[in-house]
Write a protein that binds this ligand. Structure first.
Ligand SMILES: C[S@@+](CC[C@H](N)C(=O)[O-])C[C@H]1O[C@@H](n2cnc3c(N)ncnc32)[C@H](O)[C@@H]1O
Length: 283
């Protein structure tokens, strides 16, 4: 679903795709290692076997989910709204198509599993995305950010950027509200059910990143697409100064990063592979 954006500007969906596309190299050198690890954990969590199955890595970005699924023997195709993300490292990646999660260019039951690490939570109409995943695949295995996912690096980088004139893009504000639907176990179960899929497992996880030093944390936030476009416009001195200012605001000894996420698996109602549910009682 495309919502109206800023007056006279492009709608958020177009802006979001463009920001991810343009920010692909910043992603690869900032957030990517963290997402690589999260994708590996998601694949391990999956109650649905992926080995030997045909898997769509939906919202594949620079390919973290694809690599994790390939490593356990899945056959993988990628899809993403952002061509730039798909072009990153394309010589070493499975075939992929540009596509919108709300209207994918694949037929009914084309895949055994739709693997969607941190992508369906970008949709304005999350149930419509779940319904589309259930149309093209027998199972959905995905991850979202929990409502309490936070770290002081977020404020430090936003403050340092704002001092140079950065403002949150309209698409990013819209995205933050869209993500709220998936922020709890109960919310995630409700989204899956509204989208016509049967929840199999919905689990909150706290994933620790004790190895990340302050510079890594600042690079993570500066490499996210809502900041990368602005950073790109800065000359090297200004980039260094915003990096240094964010480090100063963060302090020499910040709390270690713990990403609070929700892993989920669901079956299409027509699927013949439905397993017992594994749902905790609270998020
Ligand atoms: C947070 S990144 C995650 C990338 C990758 N899955 C990973 O875990 O590293 C979100 C990805 O979802 C993609 N995305 C967002 N909205 C989408 C949509 N409507 N259809 C397809 N892809 C979308 C973005 O372009 C981006 O590549």
């Amino acid at each position: 679903m495309v919502r109206a954006g800023t007056p006279g500007g492009p709608p958020p969906l177009t802006s979001l795709g463009a920001a991810y596309s343009a920010g692909a190299s910043a992603w690869a050198s900032g957030p990517a290692p963290m997402y690589e690890r999260l994708a590996g954990l998601l694949v391990k969590f999956s109650p649905v076997p992926l080995g030997g199955r045909l898997v769509l890595d939906l919202g594949s970005g620079t390919g973290a989910g694809s690599r994790a699924a390939l490593s356990i023997g899945a056959r993988v195709i990628g899809a993403d709204l952002a061509l730039g993300m798909l072009l990153s490292g394309r010589h070493d990646r499975p075939p992929a198509a540009v596509g919108n999660a709300l209207a994918l260019p694949f037929g009914r039951d084309a895949f055994d599993v739709v693997l969607a690490p941190f992508s369906l939570n970008h949709l304005d109409d999350p149930a419509a995305g779940v319904r589309e995943a259930g149309r093209i695949g027998g199972h959905l295995v995905a991850s979202t950010y929990a409502a309490d996912d936070d770290h002081p690096a977020k404020v430090a980088v936003e403050t340092a950027l704002s001092e140079l004139g950065w403002r949150r893009p309209a698409w990013y504000e819209a995205l933050k509200s869209a993500m709220a639907a998936w922020g709890t176990v109960e919310g995630t179960v409700a989204v899956l059910e509204r989208g016509g899929m049967r929840p199999l497992a919905v689990e909150p996880r706290a994933v620790e990143f004790p190895d990340l030093v302050p510079g890594d944390l600042v690079a993570w936030r500066m490499g996210m697409p809502h900041s990368a476009g602005f950073v790109e416009t800065l000359d090297p001195d200004a980039r260094r100064s915003v990096f240094g200012r964010a480090l100063e605001l963060l302090g020499a000894d910040p709390v270690p990063l713990v990403r609070r996420v929700i892993f989920l698996a669901a079956a299409a109602v027509s699927s013949s592979h439905v397993q017992g549910a594994r749902l905790p009682s609270a998020g």
